[in-house]
Structures are given as structure tokens and as C-alpha cells.
Design a protein around this ligand. Structure first.
Ligand code: NAD
Length: 477
């Protein structure tokens, strides 16, 4: 595999930045530079803005059935290229090869789901009060979109936004992650090779704050979609509000996991260890605060710690590796500081807690127990391979702790009681709840948070409405 240098894609052409600037791309498994990505400046953004407006004028007039057909062609192209693109993703992001391939297959499904949705952009016919009047709504695309996506799922964070936007008839400028540029560029190439008209998707990289400030304030852009931290999301949503633009925000979480005394503890351990350490914990829906009922706490903690210690951590390109490195070097001091703070507050560090070696950004699967609520890690998203396991005695105490934070993205629970299942549904303040298994993030179900975790959903039949605006027409015949 040769890792390529990545260019900008503007108005249907791959191009260097006008001033030739680039950013280094580092392999997190070796800490070595493997390539470069073009760094867009304001001149490039201006060209992209003109292109995205022209792209919108073209694409909004393409019949939905043809938009859908092009998206199905893209999905077929991408499916054929999975084995070529997965090694690029592993080289730039660090995740095991099998997880990169899974991410790409999931992207194919996302494109197909929204390709289907393009054919169902129904308006309504509304009974009129006056004889002879016909009144109805039509669903129009909102206009050119600016989308900002992070490095943890280099393709899947982008594909949801692009697919929903294109299905609705929008054009887009995507600011993709500078750390992991090549695999998202291959996604865009698949759309271009399927015949997408010039200017409908434009891809840029550069200084995130400069690009978001410029694009969000620009009159051509009508909608913003961002995935990343709550802190940055609030800044961007504020800017979007100032310019009266719609926004979808998929932000941070701090997912609670409730393990009740009637749960299948063995199954819970097996499933939650795999889920916690997937993508080295760098997942917005990663299970984070495990709350375990006193009587099963010892069994759960012992099983979880044993399984965490057995995980094979290493370079994602090697077979049998289950957890790769962290995706960038700044996550190592960030995690070390959170763990140290927890221990200073009285938590027990049962396993892990340290960087592995000094080549690449590998980190031990880590378990902290008995962590006081005032420790930073109980309040800030760790975004890494760290599980916090605390105990509870009454169900009310567990629900209170689960709902203590302003986040509300994912929540998990394990119980065999139907009464408890109902309380879980009624009490847990989270946009997505998974009970006794992991069933989040397939394209046909909603994906999004409440509270500080964001606004809107990026899955399910609701997702496309973020890219549509209803208009009302009434006519006397
Ligand atoms: P960060 O907040 O600096 O960046 C997170 C993402 O937002 C990156 O992709 C970055 O390029 C982008 N970003 C930052 N400032 C921006 C701006 N002004 N305009 C547009 N985009 C901007 O943090 P980081 O060190 O890269 O990641 C750590 C934190 O980010 C994590 O703790 C987690 O909370 C969050 N994060 C969340 C997700 C997610 O899937 N929700 C993904 C990646 C990171």
C-alpha cells in the first residue's frame, strides 16, 4: 500500500492549495509522516463557494430518481474499493484493518439508505377551507451546506452528511479531518466517478476555525452540519444562529451503562469490553460510566478487567490486533491528566493507565473503579480507552447518576426485568438507548443526542428533513 498525498476537490477537480501549503499526515502507529494534505486558504474557499452555488443550481434540478440512481452507483463503486481504501484508513487513523473495512461497508449502506430516501421526499396535500382551493407543501433542498467532520471515523462521519444532503438535492463543501484525509477523499472520488456534476461536492482541508468562520458567515452557505466536541459545536451553532442558518450538531457524550443485579453479567462483560475499546474508545457513543449494582459488581469488574488485559493492542495493519493506537498525540497527555486527576481524587486504577512504548500513540486499555463524582473524568468525555466502573445500590441512585451530566447521547443498560426495562426507557435522558445488546448506528435508525450532545439526527427517516425546507402553496382554481 502506498499512502497518497491528498488534494482539495473543488468544482470537479483535484487541486493543490493556491498557495501550495500542505499539512503533514502522521501514521499514529509509528509517529512517522506518511504523506501530506493540501491546506486550503481563503482563495480556495472562495473558489469552492462559487462552485458549490453553481453545483446547487444544477443538482436541485436533477430529478430525485436520478439523484438516487447516482447514489446507488456510488455505493457499488465504493463496495468494490473497500479493500483498497481500508489500508489507507488504518494507516492514517490507526484502527484495525477489519474495523476500517467494516466502516467502509457501513458507508456503502448509508449511501444506499439515503438513495432510497431521495425517492420519498413527500410533501402534503392539506384540505382547504374554501371550495376550489388546492393547498399543499413541497419539500425543497435548503441550499449549499458546509459540513465539518472529525478524525475518529474518517469516512462514516462524512458519508451521513453527504448522503442526506445529496438525496435532498443540496450541494456541499466538506471540511474533512486533516489528520485522516485520504480515506474521505476516496469516498468523494467514488461519487465523482459515479458521475456527480462538478461543484456538487467540494472537499477542503486546512485550519478548522478559519474555514468554519469563513464558510458559516458566508451568504452562499445555508446549512451547517458539524460532528465533534460540544465546546466547538456550541461555538459553531452560535455562529450559525447569528447568520440565521440551520444547523445539525452531533457532539460529545459520556454514556452511562447500567448493569442491574438481574443482568446476564457474562454477556454484558463480553459485549461491553468489545464496545468500550472499539476504535480505542474514540467514539462519541463509547460506553464510559459503568454503574454496576452492588451484588454483581465484583463479578462484573473482575470479568471486565480480565478481558481488558487480554486485548491485543498493536498496529492496526497486523492481523489479530483488536485495538490500535490513539489517533493523535494530543490524546495521550489528555488521557494521562484525566487518569491522574481521578487517582488523586481517590479512584483505584485497576489496570492500564499508561502509554505503551514510545513509538506510535498506543495506550493501555484502562479501568478505573470507585471514581468520585468530582473527578474530571466523571464530567468530561475521556474519548479514549478508559472505562470508569462505579457501584450503586438502589435503582433510583443509578438513574440519578446516569442523568447527572448535561450530555445525552447514548446510554446502555443490562437487565432481565421488564419493569426495569420500562423505567430505563422512561427515565434515561439519552437520544439513543441500547438494552441487553448493542444496536446503535445502522442507517435506518435515528442517530443523535439531546441536551449538550447536540441537535438533530443523522440516521433514520428523520435525518433527511434537516436538509429540506417545506414550502406552502395555495391556489384558487
Ligand atoms: P477538538 O475539539 O480540537 O476537535 C474535534 C474536531 O473538531 C476535529 O475534527 C477538529 O478539526 C474540529 N474542530 C475544532 N475546532 C473547530 C472549529 N473552530 N471549526 C470547525 N471544526 C473544528 O478536539 P480533538 O483533540 O481533535 O478531539 C478531542 C475531543 O473532540 C474529544 O474529547 C471529543 O469530545 C471530540 N470529538 C468528538 C467526536 C465525535 O464523534 N462526536 C469526534 C472527534 C472528536
Amino acid at each position: 500500500m502506498t499512502y497518497p498525498d491528498t488534494k482539495l476537490f473543488i468544482d470537479g477537480k483535484w487541486r493543490d492549495a493556491s498557495d501550495g501549503r500542505t499539512i503533514d499526515v502522521i501514521d499514529p502507529a509509528t509517529s512517522r509522516r506518511i504523506g501530506r494534505v493540501a491546506h486550503a486558504g481563503i482563495d480556495d474557499l472562495n473558489i469552492a463557494l462559487e462552485a458549490v452555488q453553481r453545483g446547487f443550481n444544477t443538482w436541485r434540478r436533477v430529478p430525485a430518481i436520478e439523484r438516487s440512481a447516482l447514489m446507488f452507483r456510488t455505493a457499488a463503486i465504493l463496495r468494490e474499493r473497500v479493500d483498497l481504501i481500508a489500508p489507507l484508513m488504518t494507516a492514517e487513523q490507526g484502527k484495525p484493518l477489519v474495523q476500517s473495512a467494516l466502516e467502509l461497508h457501513a458507508a456503502v449502506e448509508v449511501i444506499e439508505w439515503f438513495a432510497g430516501e431521495a425517492r420519498r421526499l413527500y410533501g402534503q396535500v392539506i384540505p382547504a377551507r374554501t371550495p376550489g382551493v388546492t393547498q399543499y407543501t413541497i419539500m425543497d433542498p435548503v441550499g449549499p451546506v458546509a459540513a465539518f467532520t472529525p478524525w475518529n471515523f474518517p469516512v462514516n462521519q462524512i458519508v451521513r452528511k453527504i448522503s442526506a444532503g445529496l438525496a435532498a438535492g443540496c450541494s456541499l463543501i466538506v471540511k474533512a479531518p486533516e489528520e485522516t484525509p485520504a480515506s474521505p477523499a476516496e469516498l468523494i472520488r467514488a461519487f465523482a466517478d459515479a458521475g456527480l456534476p462538478d461543484g456538487v461536492i467540494n472537499l477542503v482541508y486546512g485550519a478548522p476555525a478559519e474555514i468554519s468562520d469563513y464558510l458559516i458567515s458566508h451568504p452562499v452557505i445555508r446549512k451547517i452540519s458539524f460532528t465533534g466536541s460540544t465546546e466547538v459545536g456550541k461555538l459553531l451553532a452560535g455562529l450559525a444562529g447569528r447568520h440565521m442558518k440551520r444547523s445539525t450538531m452531533e457532539l460529545g457524550g459520556h454514556a452511562p451503562v447500567l448493569i442491574f443485579d438481574d443482568a446476564d453479567v457474562v454477556q454484558a462483560v463480553e459485549t461491553m469490553v468489545a464496545t468500550k475499546f472499539r476504535n480505542a474508545g474514540q467514539v462519541c457513543v463509547s460506553p464510559t460510566r459503568f454503574l454496576v449494582q452492588e451484588t454483581v459488581a465484583r463479578e462484573f469488574i473482575d470479568g471486565f478487567v480480565e478481558a481488558a488485559r487480554l486485548l491485543n493492542v498493536g498496529p492496526g495493519r497486523l492481523p489479530d490486533v483488536q485495538m490500535g493506537p490513539l489517533a493523535n498525540d494530543r490524546r495521550i497527555p489528555a488521557l494521562e491528566a484525566l487518569i491522574q486527576d481521578a487517582v488523586q481524587h481517590g479512584a483505584s486504577l485497576v489496570t492500564g493507565g499508561h502509554r505503551i512504548g514510545n513509538t506510535g500513540w498506543f495506550f493501555e486499555p484502562t479501568v478505573l473503579t470507585d471514581v468520585p463524582a468530582k473527578a474530571r473524568i466523571m464530567n468530561e468525555e475521556p474519548f479514549g480507552p478508559v472505562a470508569i466502573i462505579n457501584r450503586f445500590d438502589t435503582d433510583d441512585a443509578a438513574f440519578n447518576e446516569a442523568n447527572r451530566l448535561p450530555y445525552g447521547l447514548a446510554a446502555y443498560a443490562w437487565t432481565n426485568s421488564s419493569a426495569r426495562s420500562q423505567r430505563i426507557r422512561d427515565e434515561l435522558q439519552a437520544g439513543m438507548i441500547s438494552v441487553n445488546h448493542i444496536g446503535l448506528s445502522v442507517p435506518e435508525v435515528p442517530f443523535g443526542g439531546i441536551g449538550d450532545s447536540g441537535i438533530g439526527t443523522e440516521g433514520g427517516s428523520e435525518a433527511i428533513t434537516a436538509y429540506l425546507q417545506p414550502r406552502f402553496i395555495t391556489q384558487l382554481n
